[in-house]
Ligand binder design. Structure first.
Ligand code: G3I
Length: 371
């Protein structure tokens, strides 16, 4: 049983014994996966597969690097391109891309692609910027602030980033939670996309949203809000190219098959692309054996990807947690399991063995129609 060392901020699992047992699953997801990696399978369908990476892990763990190269063709920095990381102080000349550059070197050395995450989000705004914006009386000043930041980062990464999550999780937030909505109203989204387009016309511009996949009333209300927001943005000619579906799933809930399918159908009707951007499964509320928990997690992944990949405007998927060894869930106490066992959100276990979730992703790509 894996136990969690609660002391460290980025928790490295002390593996007491290899878990990774592949479990028999109903229908196609129990097909014995062969050696072909996930990105190679995706490519056959004109799609891609990737995952999030962070500098401490890339530096420290050669098994992680090998696992990325085995299964991924594209990566996204987990935190290294967020505002709070690239500009910890007001001085614009001190934009710090050291960590993102480290990831880009890994990308170049291995022929991968790089996604940019994220330019404008209610979280990850540096404290000095929050203070300065807080004192701003005019929306013009706040607008200048936003446009300066987006222009600085997009220009610096022009031609090296293939997609930008320009605005992150715009739906669900209200004025109280978002300094951008508070200062600029919804127009902050228009500004962010327009400045991103001006500074890198070649990058795919993505509006990235969480909590729109599962069968629960709150997520149902977010699905509606997301479609209404997209309608308004497109009516105003805002250059949104794609919608990012974060897919931080919960295995104690079901995928909202009918509603999620109609969400993607509406997005397709709007002429937008779709990317599954941050796939992982929280099983903190699931009881049962590790095998039963992994089976349930694999099933929600299969249900979500089968729907997503059935739409030819879906370009591919990325995992936010590739291996159970490293995950934001381990750093989020409110998501820790009551029984003290570790969450198992990734495709690979803490020994880098493939879990049922890996099989689910593999067979979803195998079953997908060619784009
Ligand atoms: O690196 C610093 C460390 O130096 C410092 O000692 C420590 C103490 O404060 O903080 C560390 O930074 C933390 C960073 O993760 C790296 O571990 C930040 O506090 C913490 O807020 C940050 O959490 C990230 C979170 O986004 C907020 O930006 C998670 O790693 C990251 O997985 C999570 O990812 C988000 C996506 O961007 C958007 N969608 C949801 C997803 C999960 O929340």
């Amino acid at each position: 049983m894996d136990t969690l060392d609660y002391s460290g901020r980025r928790c490295f699992l002390k593996t007491v014994g290899a878990v990774g047992a592949a479990v028999a699953l109903p229908n196609s997801v129990d097909a014995a996966p062969d050696e072909i990696g996930l990105h190679a399978r995706a490519l056959k369908k004109g799609m891609f597969f990737g995952c999030s990476v962070s500098v401490p892990v890339l530096r420290a763990d050669p098994r992680f690097r090998a696992a990325v190269l085995k299964d991924c063709g594209i990566v996204v920095p987990e935190n290294e391109l967020k505002w709070s990381r690239v500009q910890p102080a007001p001085d614009r000349s001190a934009l710090n891309f050291t960590f993102a550059d480290y990831i880009y070197k890994f990308v170049q050395q291995n022929g991968l692609q790089l996604r940019g995450h994220t330019l404008v989000w209610s979280s990850g705004v540096p404290a000095w910027a929050q203070r300065q914006m807080g004192d701003m009386k005019s929306a013009t000043a706040a607008a200048g602030f936003l446009q300066m930041h987006v222009a600085d980062v997009v220009r610096a990464w022009r031609g090296r980033v293939v997609h930008w999550d320009v605005v992150n999780e715009p739906v669900a937030e209200d004025a109280k939670s978002s300094i951008w909505l508070d200062k600029l109203g919804e127009a902050y989204i228009d500004m962010a996309f327009q400045v991103a387009r001006e500074n890198d016309p070649g990058a795919l511009l993505v509006l990235n949203q969480n909590l729109v996949e599962m069968d629960d009333s709150y997520q149902g209300s977010l699905r509606k809000k997301l479609l209404l927001l997209l309608e308004r943005l497109l009516k105003r000619g805002v250059p949104v190219d794609a919608v990012g579906i974060e897919a931080h799933l919960s295995s104690d809930l079901k995928v909202a098959v009918k509603e999620y399918t109609s969400l993607l159908r509406e997005i397709e009707r709007m002429g937008l692309k779709v990317i599954v951007t941050e796939l992982d499964v929280w099983d903190g509320r699931m009881s049962g054996s590790v095998a039963e928990r992994d089976k349930a997690a694999a099933q929600v992944v299969k249900d979500l990807l089968d729907i997503s990949f059935s739409f030819k405007n879906c370009l591919g998927a990325l995992a936010w947690t590739l291996t159970d060894l490293y995950s934001w869930y381990h750093e989020t106490p409110k998501k820790w399991r009551q029984d003290g066992e570790i969450n198992r959100p990734g495709l690979l276990d803490s020994n880098y063995s493939r879990k049922a979730m890996w099989n689910a992703v593999a067979s979803a790509f195998d079953a997908a129609p060619v784009r």
